[in-house]
Structure formats: C-alpha cells, structure tokens
Design a protein around this ligand. Structure first.
Ligand code: NAG
Ligand code: NAG
Length: 368
C-alpha cells in the first residue's frame, strides 16, 4: 500500500517535471522563432533612446530672398555660394537617383557616385548606373558634373558580417572626395540615394555663412511611395542619417551614422523601399545590411509583398523601433495613407507619367 502510494507520487512528479520541460521548451522555441518581435516588444525596457538631437528650426517659404532666409536662421548671406559636392553609394534605385539629381542639380558642383558589383551582403549585382549611363540617356544632364567610380566587392566568406563591405566602400568614397577635387570650405552632402535633400535646403546651406560645420538633415520618412508618410509628430526624429559637412581636409570622412547632435529640421525626403517593381523590392530585402531580417523564404513571395505595399504594413513583420510603449503601440499596424502630393520633389511632379507609382493612389506594382 505504502509502496503503491510512493510510486504514484513519483509518477505525479515525473509528470509535472515533463510538463514543465515541455512548457519551457515550447516557450523557448516560440521566443527563438520570433526573436526579433520579442526583442522589439521589450525594447522600451532594455534599450535607452539615443541622445536627442539639437534641432535647428528650418524656415522656408516660396519666393523669399536668400538674404531674408539666411537672416531668419541667424546666418549671413555669403558673397559667393559654396561649391557643393553630393556623395552617394549607389545600389539600384535608378528612379530616385534621377529625382534626386534633378532636385539638387541647380546647386551642385559635382555629383559623386560610387557603385559596386556586389551588395553589402555580397550578392552579385550589375553596375546599374554604369549600364544606364548612355549618351542621350536619362542621366546625360549630370555627365559634366559626374565623378564616377565602379568598385569590386569580394563575395563574403561565410560568417563575415556585411559591415566589412560597408567599411570598404566608405574608404573608396574617401578616395573619391580627393579625385573630385573637393577643397576646404566646400559643402559636402553624404546620404543614401533615397535620402533626398530638398533643393532649397542645399541652396540655403551653400549660400549662408555661419552654418554648423557638420549637421544632420532631418528628412520626412516615407515607405514604398509618397503615399505613406511615416513621420508622425515632433517626438518622431524621422530620418536623420544624412549629413551636410563644410569640408575640412584630413577631418571630414564619409559616414552614414551619427556624427553630431546638430540637426536641421525638415530638410527633405527619405523614401524607403520606393521601387517600381515587386522584384526590385524583393532584391532590396535580400541585399540590405539587415538581410538577417528575412527570416522565412515566404517573406519574398510576390503576393505578400504586393499586399503589404498597398496596406502600408512592414515587409519584415517587425514591430516599430520605439523606446516607449505609447509610441510602440501608436505605430503598430499599417501606416495610414495620405492624399497629399504637396511639397514633393519638383522633378517627380513634373514627370508624373513616368513616376506615377510614387504618388498617392498607385500602390499596385508590376511584378518585374
Ligand atoms: C516673388 O518675387 C518677385 C521678385 O522679388 C516679385 O516680383 C513677385 O511679386 C513675388 N511674388 C509673390 C507671390 O510674392
Ligand atoms: C566582383 O568582381 C570581382 C572581379 O571581377 C570578383 O572577384 C568578385 O567576386 C565580384 N563580386 C561579386 C559580389 O560578385
């Protein structure tokens, strides 16, 4: 009797332990499979927000004189504007490149473009700019100002982080500054192709004395097209990676990360994943430095991508990168679409026939 009792207690314990192991391992598996989601969900607890930026209020209205604009910022009109150099590392965003260059062309001295036969993640790619650089072609207008370099990126050995290739490309860009003949005091813009400073911002920075030696440019964020503005309110820093530098030899280095606290407000547009075709979007998802976010092959399915584009939802099924729960919850789900096409790049609005997919109400993309 006693023995039987003991045996049933042992059984009960055995059962409990097995159950506990089962529950724990299921939880561990779930957490593992949804690691990004869990990490982002807990971000308000484990992460502190980056130091906030010191914003320079930005004044602009159509038809104001440059003397008035410089004065409003507490700066002084220069006798002659600075020379302007625009430096980008190019992937395959041909339409945005055209819109960008046309937007700032009136103010730019040299366009610096670096491209490579491989993405940061080591995937082979054509030299897209090289292929589209033809006499009489869409980029012909930029030819007299162009400083172009095509580089070879090695395939990545297994286990090597894509950041190695990024560092290599940055060094090649620093060489390109010298090739382009940039001098002390020139204005140098550093950004990705899809981070487009507005023309009037570039004009302001080249025309006034007293601007900060280095400043980040706050850009309005958009996803897939100008239909989906993701910038919410003043607490939302928006896109901040692009910078404007007053060039200083031996000091100024190419960078695409935080270099100063200063930031000029509302200085242009950042259109992420703004591609004409679903195939281009899928390519970008794999080519991206964060290719580790493509956690399931299913992510690259065409219908899925098309659905997400039209509903303004995240391609990687990720939670927004936020530091408090109010913002995290506020930004979950789809981005409300906007009907506004006011204050967009000039060349886009002058060529709506060619760039219609970038405007509100045109989310359906061709496959290839
Ligand atoms: C814009 O500026 C020009 C030249 O200064 C002036 O003649 C014109 O009246 C201005 N237009 C508006 C709408 O203020
Ligand atoms: C780029 O070209 C070089 C030489 O032609 C080659 O060795 C390298 O593998 C290429 N990179 C990629 C990512 O295809």
């Amino acid at each position: 009797m006693a023995r039987q009792h003991r045996s049933s207690i042992t059984k009960l314990w055995f059962f409990r332990v097995m159950l506990a192991i089962f529950v724990l391992s299921s939880v561990a598996l779930l957490v593992f499979a949804n690691w990004h989601t869990v990490k982002y969900m807990l971000r308000p607890i484990w992460d502190t927000p980056p130091r906030s930026f010191a914003f320079i209020p930005h004044y602009y209205a159509h038809n104001m004189s440059m003397r008035e604009l410089c004065a409003l910022h507490g700066w002084k009109l220069r006798k002659r504007p600075r020379r302007v150099f625009d430096a980008i590392i190019f992937n395959n965003e041909l339409d945005l490149l055209e819109i960008r260059w046309r937007e700032i062309d009136p103010y730019v001295t040299k366009f610096l473009l670096l491209e490579s036969n491989g993405t940061f993640t080591g995937i082979s790619k054509p030299l897209w700019f090289g292929v589209n650089r033809k006499p009489g072609g869409r980029f012909d207008f930029a030819e007299p100002k162009l400083v172009y370099s095509a580089i070879r990126t090695p395939r990545l050995p297994r286990g090597v982080r894509p950041y190695v290739n990024e560092a290599y490309q940055r060094d090649r860009m620093n060489e390109l500054f010298r090739t382009a003949g940039i001098r002390a005091g020139d204005l140098l813009l550093m950004s990705d192709v899809d981070e487009i400073p507005s023309g009037h911002t570039v004009d302001l920075l080249r025309s006034c004395d007293g601007i900060p030696p280095v400043t980040h440019l706050q850009l309005r964020n958009f996803l897939y097209s100008f239909e989906f503005p993701t910038h919410k309110d003043r607490s939302d820093t928006g896109s901040w990676r692009s910078t404007a530098h007053v060039f200083e030899p031996r000091v100024t280095q190419y960078s695409h990360s935080r270099v100063t606290d200063t930031m000029l407000a509302d200085a242009g547009w950042h259109c992420s994943f703004c591609f004409r075709t679903v195939a281009d979007i899928a390519f970008k998802m794999r080519a991206y430095s964060h290719a580790d976010r493509v956690t399931r092959p299913d992510f690259l399915r065409e219908e899925r991508i098309q659905d997400l584009i039209c509903s303004g939802r995240d391609l990687f099924d990720m939670l927004p990168e936020e530091f408090n729960y109010r913002d995290l919850i506020g930004k979950m789900g789809s981005i409300p679409s906007s009907y506004s096409a006011v204050n967009l790049p000039l060349h886009l609005l002058r060529n709506v026939e060619r760039f219609r997919y970038l405007l509100p109400g045109n989310c359906v993309r061709p496959r290839v």
